[in-house]
Design a binder for this molecule. Structure first.
Ligand SMILES: *Cc1c(COP(=O)(O)O)cnc(C)c1O
Length: 232
């Protein structure tokens, strides 16, 4: 049965999250699990929510709209984690509780405009290209000081922190170095950024490297395949 299987996988993942947190002297509840539903359908998404996982993520806007509407659950929170095209901003802003993939200045301005139009202040993370892969989205680390400054002036964005993905090919050691780099970058940015910006959130870690992410300070991990182990 799908629901039982999902509840079981979720419990095991939560145990691994807690173990990683404890291993490095953190509290398990400092880490939010965003369940990425892109490989599965609405039935699995619903089973996750019913098992107590209220933070759900999608990397494609259309898929997010469809699932958010089909789920229609008042306490579910949707996270947009993938690249967002500007013509899809309006509809997406109305569906999400957080944008993880603030990856360009033009996008941030568009999101700010749509958030203003509906009278909300949207939590956003700034995506940083930590792997140095030119084909990947995200700001370059050396432009972040400027980006944080400018983004914090957009009144309808609530800049909460940074998001990144490790390079596919680097393995655990590569991921650790990149995640540590993101945390160090955040710490350096905090020294010079406007006082009201706290950058508390670090969204880093997927199925292949979330334990490393937690050890390096992740406050959010985004997990898909590990949650649907044996189902996809
Ligand atoms: C798909 C995706 C994830 C989850 O990936 P898994 O390896 O399945 O855990 C996390 N973050 C982003 C941005 C994704 O696109």
């Amino acid at each position: 049965m799908i629901a039982a299987r999902i509840a079981d996988n979720l419990a095991r993942i939560r145990d691994r999250i807690a173990a990683s947190a404890i291993r490095c002297g953190r509290e398990p509840d400092e880490v939010t699990l965003v369940a990425v539903t892109k490989y599965v359908g609405i039935e699995e998404a619903r089973a996750l929510v019913e098992a107590g996982c209220y933070d759900l993520g999608e990397s494609r806007p259309q898929e997010l709209w469809n699932k958010a509407q089909a789920l229609g659950h008042p306490t579910a929170r949707w996270h947009m984690i993938g690249h967002l095209q500007r013509n899809k901003v309006r509809r997406t802003v109305g569906c999400i509780s957080k944008l993880h993939s603030g990856d360009s200045w033009r996008l941030l301005r568009a999101v700010n405009g749509e958030a203003a139009a509906v009278g909300l202040r949207l939590p956003v993370l700034l995506e940083v290209n930590i792997s140095g892969d030119k084909s990947k989205y995200g700001f370059q680390p050396d432009e972040m000081s400027d980006v944080v400054d400018r983004a914090s002036q957009l009144e309808n964005l609530d800049v909460r922190g940074l998001m990144a993905m490790s390079a596919l090919e680097g393995g655990g050691a590569g991921a650790r170095k990149e995640f540590r780099g993101l945390r160090d970058l955040r710490d350096r940015l905090l020294e010079s950024c406007p006082a009201e910006v706290t950058l508390d959130e670090l969204s880093m870690g997927m199925s292949r490297d979330f334990e490393v992410g937690i050890e390096e300070g992740a406050t959010i991990v985004r997990l898909g395949s590990a949650l649907f182990d044996g189902m996809i």
